[in-house]
Design a protein around this ligand. Structure first.
Ligand SMILES: [Zn+2]
Ligand SMILES: [Zn+2]
Length: 106
């Protein structure tokens, strides 16, 4: 039993590729669009993650085309510059670890 994440995919302006945003690496991963038909490239894909600790590497992911890659989407997703530095622990979404505010009555 493995849970396969579904990632929204955006078609590039030339129509030939689908971009999915990798939250773990803060990078776009590029997949083939297969054909001009919207959704033709949907389905299970092996993760394109370069990071060996990416959680997507073990599950892969499902690509689901949702629309064109717009300038607004590009602004919302800024690829990290330089080499990906793995958070510890490796997670898809950053989780804020809150310290219980019970005070310190040791
Ligand atoms: Zn990745
Ligand atoms: Zn990583």
């Amino acid at each position: 039993m493995s849970w396969t994440p579904v990632l929204p995919a955006y078609r590039t302006s030339d129509g030939g590729a689908l971009l999915v945003w990798c939250e773990h690496e803060s990078q776009w991963h590029v997949h083939g669009a297969v054909s001009d038909t919207p959704g033709a490239g949907d389905g299970d894909r092996a993760a394109h993650c370069a990071c060996p600790r990416s959680p997507l590497r073990s599950t892969g992911y499902v690509v689901r085309e949702v629309g064109p890659l717009t300038p607004g989407l590009k602004r919302q997703h800024r690829p990290a510059r330089g080499r990906h530095r793995c958070p510890e622990p490796c997670i898809i979404r950053p989780v804020r670890h809150t310290v219980p505010s019970t005070g310190s009555r040791a």
